[in-house]
Design a protein around this ligand. Structure first.
Ligand code: M6R
Length: 634
């Protein structure tokens, strides 16, 4: 959460920083701010609570024009920093917005993460006369820098000493009026990338950001800083050191920028565009991995050596532990149902934030799978590290091959959803479950837990899923009608069983996060153990009924709900017998598929229902309140 940007080069920094912040708004939108040094090394700070738009509204005209101030003078380069906030310490107010400055207004700093010992630092510095103005943890860092700079003239030493005192997670960028040609940035347990480019005139320029998406419009040459690294950028170039002050050789990677391009492509919201991209997402995920029903499945898809190493590990494991948060956790649950049934291998699914703070039993006979769209979720990253400490190999299923998780995992399976901008995850869920289906089929193939004809038939079914998703997406009118009909509901329950139980959880998560309607997902069997008490004629119950072993059980659960006057909405892939149709106030039919893969279809109407309800209620679909796309604080 929070996005940071820093720039040093010959361009006017503020418009460039604001443009870069726009691509980072998925990380938070509680406030935005910029700071820059002018040609006389005066420090200017602008900040505004709320979205980036509010900051743009208060910027003087000359700071909005990319050409002003023109060339730097006195050998000073143009330098600035910017921030987009997701509030942790202190409300979303102007005063808590970043950049923060020290009492003497000499240093400005932006920060992503949480400084755990901020309170002790604050008390220490207050006792020494530093005046704090905000409620943030970040202000302690900038005040500490200013304090240390009183006695130390080498600013890189000041930064180093300050960082050595910090506990917690940070990615930060700092400028100082005393060192107007220097931009500093550092990271510890929060992502930070440095872009190394040239402007139109061939001058060196550097952009530091929380995510490569904020840089790729300017350069594709990137340095991914590692934990505990500090970068100093000056007219002399770039220097990286570690927390012990030792020099580190920079590694510049040249990346392909296409996958990071962000565009709404004519859709009203990113979420709707991303929902409609799902047939292609599944096609992409299958490409090169499942070519035909007669060929073996190829999981990682990079090199035969990598695949061979992974295969060797797969043959040695006796358990899979899938770890994730939110939608990624729900996707992991689908994997559990599928893999356990087909491969007869125990699969556990853990919420990362719980896993990391107990003492889980993990060994080198486990395959740990960390699921994360962003690859940066703090709890999931910590779970990955804990699994490593306990001797397990980790496979990361992520949508960001340039993420911290992808870098730290032993094996990476890119889920290939393409950039997902909307805070509500949709296509990444479908891409994640597709990846888990491939993994399950591959394991069944290698362990020979399925007859060859069963395996071939499942492969053939999986190859048909993109076309079936397309046909669900061609029938959205009934969902728009349902959204208007039930849009005023206060509570909505989602029920399903078997492999669709996680879909009920996901449907409820989607609805609450973008419409703010209270929603819960339950197994149909759990209704009578408590939630049924909530039901009356005001409560819609969305039930997922798929042809298979639990169809009749679900029908019984729906009747139990109907007997309490609940309003049943059935999402079904098989005709509901006439005598039972009265149980449902509304029924939406979707294409049939084998039970295992039905979540790829049943999820789509629930995503659309949430979307249309939120839109009907006039909510901010892509940027729902209180949320951020990438949760890099625990
Ligand atoms: O990037 P990750 O997949 O690790 O993110 C995990 C959750 O924060 C995320 O899925 C969240 O629940 C989504 N907003 C749900 O739509």
């Amino acid at each position: 959460m929070c996005g940071i940007v820093g720039y040093l080069g010959q361009k006017s920094p503020v418009p460039l920083i604001v443009d870069s912040l726009r691509t980072l708004e998925y990380r938070g939108y509680d406030s935005a701010g910029v700071a820059y040094l002018d040609d006389e090394s005066l420090l200017h700070v602008y900040k505004a609570s709320g979205k980036l738009l509010n900051l743009e509204g208060i910027l003087p005209n000359e700071l909005r024009l990319p050409t002003l101030p023109a060339e730097s003078v006195n050998g000073h380069r143009n330098i600035g920093i910017g921030h987009i906030r997701w509030a942790t310490h202190g409300a979303a107010t102007n005063v808590n917005a970043h950049p923060h400055t020290g009492s003497r207004q000499e240093i400005a700093l932006v920060h992503n993460g949480i400084i755990e010992n901020f309170y002790e630092l604050r008390q220490e510095l207050q006792a020494k006369g530093h005046q704090f103005v905000s409620e943030t943890d970040t202000e302690s860092v900038v005040q500490l820098l200013e304090h240390l700079a009183e006695t130390e003239t080498d600013f890189s030493k000041v930064i180093l000493k300050a960082l050595q005192k910090l506990q917690g997670a940070y990615a930060l960028t700092v400028i100082s009026k005393k060192f107007p040609n220097h931009l500093y940035a550092a990271r510890h347990q929060a992502p930070l990338v440095v872009g190394v480019g040239k402007d139109q005139n061939g001058n060196d320029e550097y952009i530091v950001a929380s995510d490569a998406v904020a840089i790729v419009n300017h350069t594709n040459r990137l340095i991914y800083l590692k934990d505990g690294e500090i970068v100093e950028i000056s007219p002399a170039g770039l220097r990286i050191m570690n927390l012990q002050g030792e020099q580190v050789e920079p590694v510049i990677e040249t990346i392909s920028t296409d996958p990071l391009t962000i565009d709404k492509k004519g859709y009203k919201h990113f979420m709707l565009k991303e929902i409609y991209e799902q047939p292609d997402v599944v096609r992409n995920s299958l490409t090169g991995r499942l070519q035909s029903i007669h060929q073996p499945i190829w999981i990682l898809g990079d090199t035969p050596e990598q695949e061979g190493r992974f295969d060797a590990h797969l043959s040695a494991i006796n358990r899979i532990v899938i770890i994730g948060c939110g939608t990624s956790y729900n996707a992991g649950l689908v994997g559990k149902y599928f893999i356990e049934e087909l491969v007869q291998l125990p699969v556990e699914v853990e919420a990362a934030g719980e896993f990391r703070y107990r003492n889980p039993f993990i060994s080198d006979r486990d395959l740990v799978i960390t699921m994360s769209q962003s690859g940066e979720t703090a709890d999931t990253l910590a779970a990955l590290r804990l699994s490593h400490q306990k001797g397990a190999k980790v496979l990361t299923l992520t949508n960001r091959e340039d993420s911290s998780m992808a870098r730290e995992a032993d094996f990476v399976m890119p889920v290939r959803a393409g950039v997902e901008v909307s805070v509500a995850a949709t296509k990444s869920f479908t891409a994640q479950i597709t990846a888990l289906y491939l993994l399950g089929l591959s394991l069944a193939e290698k362990r020979q837990t399925l007859a060859p004809e069963q395996l071939e038939s499942l492969k053939a079914e999986l190859l048909k899923m993109p076309a079936r998703i397309e046909s669900v997406l061609h029938n959205t009118e009934p969902l728009q009608v349902l959204a208007r009909k039930y849009g005023q509901a206060r509570d909505v329950l989602f029920i399903a069983r078997g492999v669709n139980f996680p879909v009920a959880l996901e449907g409820a998560l989607k609805l609450k996060e973008i419409s703010y309607i209270h929603a819960e997902g339950y197994s149909g069997s759990e209704l009578k153990h408590g939630p049924i008490a909530m039901l009356d004629s005001n409560v819609p119950v969305v039930s997922v009924l798929t042809k298979g072993p639990v169809f009749e059980k679900m029908i019984s659960n729906c009747q139990e709900a109907k007997a309490r006057e609940a309003r049943l909405i059935g999402i079904t892939n098989t005709p509901v017998p006439n005598e039972l149709r009265d149980t449902f106030e509304d029924i939406l039919e979707i294409p049939e598929s084998v039970e295992h893969f039905s979540p790829m279809l049943t999820t789509i109407p629930l995503q659309l229902l949430a979307y249309y309800m939120a839109e009907y209620l006039g909510k901010d679909v892509d940027q729902p309140r209180n949320l951020a796309k990438s949760v890099t604080v625990e």
